[in-house]
Ligand binder design. Structure first.
Ligand code: ADP
Ligand code: MG
Length: 374
């Protein structure tokens, strides 16, 4: 078990990297606390597997250090780091039975035979593999094989950390849901640092207490699912988290605030101050579809918009509106009815975020959570 610290980490697959885009991982500092359940979330190609392989020791970083509990492990192999890693596709010994596959990591650490048997039974039960224990791995279906892979990752309790790299990719949707919850349960029992890589926000939020959102080789935000939803600190977080993602209004600076198509949109005093201190013209307002207020009557602070389409999605409706030529999404209750095309939008101040050069500005720091992010 270990706290894992990444210091000034960078990695390029090129021999002579020059520009930032030559790096798969860019100048990254982060701490994964001992015992945490973390997700590493981001789109394909953002560097998740690269980062995971650097932590496990399969890959040597071009720059920076990996520390396990204060000790630099850059030169240690995955075995020496004592890491269990589960990959996207099954890694099993086809010629062995399921029981032998599960026993393998335990034999390697010379666990006594009786104990091995007991542990294999236990983990097989947990992952519902008991009926297959005597079967040759080669005769299993792809998702059974992947369960064996996962069981092999989970069978040892003495590891520093368990790393999962999109482990549910080949698993069918029903089983996926079940395994996700199961992993969470296992984490609660074992108190082992677990790092779970996925591109699926739902999967990340079910498994993890905290999510590191990656974009172009950087962790752009680290926080609880709620923090990422309510306070995206980069436009990419706003866009990637939520369904659909945050609405963005490209705005221009004017004397007392910002405007879009010559329509003034009020912002708060803190946001105005940040704006005054910046010379950037890359300004965006962001607001989540859940927080836009929609009405068929005008109010002093509302903006005219036209209805484009309504999608009924069970417990809510997703409404597309056009505001001064800009398409926006609004999530409203299933009860709301639409009579005409004319609608009125308003943007509650607490949910209207200002982004300068894609980064959130002028927000009070989030409430202390009793742990340190950096
Ligand atoms: P993810 O797991 O988030 O999909 P990866 O870590 O696999 O992302 O990849 C990050 C970037 O590094 C991508 O641009 C990818 O093309 C590149 N990359 C990954 N593996 C290699 C490799 N072995 N050689 C060269 N480039 C690689
Ligand atoms: Mg990957």
């Amino acid at each position: 078990m270990a706290t894992i610290t990444l210091k000034g980490l960078a990695h390029s697959y090129q021999a002579k990297p020059e520009a930032p885009q030559d790096y798969a991982i860019q100048a990254l500092d982060h701490v994964w606390q001992q015992g945490g359940a973390y997700a590493l979330l981001g789109p394909s190609g953002c560097g998740k597997s690269t980062l995971l392989n650097i932590i496990s020791g399969l890959l040597t970083p071009s720059e920076g250090q990996v520390l396990f509990d204060e000790k630099v492990v850059n030169d240690l192999s995955p075995e020496q780091r004592n890491i269990a890693q589960v990959f996207q596709f099954p890694v099993v010994y086809d010629a062995m039975t399921v029981a032998e596959n599960l026993a393998f990591p335990l034999k390697n650490i010379k666990m006594p035979k009786g104990q091995i048997q007991q542990k294999v039974q236990e983990i097989a039960e947990l992952l519902e593999l008991t009926d297959s224990l005597h079967k040759k791995a080669q005769n299993l279906s792809a998702d059974q094989k992947q369960k064996v892979s996962m069981a092999r990752g989970l069978v040892r309790e003495d590891v520093s950390a368990i790393l999962f790299d999109e482990p549910l990719t080949v698993i069918d949707p029903n089983l996926k849901w079940k395994l996700r919850r199961k992993l969470k349960q296992i984490h609660e029992q074992l108190n082992i640092t677990m790092l779970y890589v996925t591109h699926d926000q739902l999967e990340a939020a079910t498994f993890a207490d905290e999510i590191a959102l990656m974009y172009q080789g950087k962790i752009v935000q680290f926080g609880t699912p709620q923090e990422l939803f309510e306070r995206p600190n980069h436009t990419f977080v706003g866009y990637f988290i939520g369904s659909p993602g945050m609405n963005f209004i490209p705005v221009e600076k004017h004397q007392s605030g910002v405007s879009y198509q010559n329509i003034n949109i009020p912002i708060n005093a803190q946001q105005q101050l940040a704006l005054q201190n910046s010379r950037s013209s890359n300004l965006k307002l962001g607001i989540r579809p859940e927080f836009v207020a929609l009405s068929d009557t005008a109010s002093p602070h509302s903006f005219a918009a036209t209805l484009e389409s309504v999608e009924h999605l069970g417990s809510y409706q997703l409404v597309s509106v056009v505001f001064a030529g800009l398409k926006m999404q609004v999530r409203v209750s299933e009860k709301m009815q639409f009579k005409g095309q004319e609608l009125h939008l308003s943007f509650p101040s607490q949910w209207l975020k200002l982004y300068i050069d894609e980064y959130l500005v002028a927000e009070p720091a989030p409430q202390a959570q009793g742990h340190n992010h950096e």
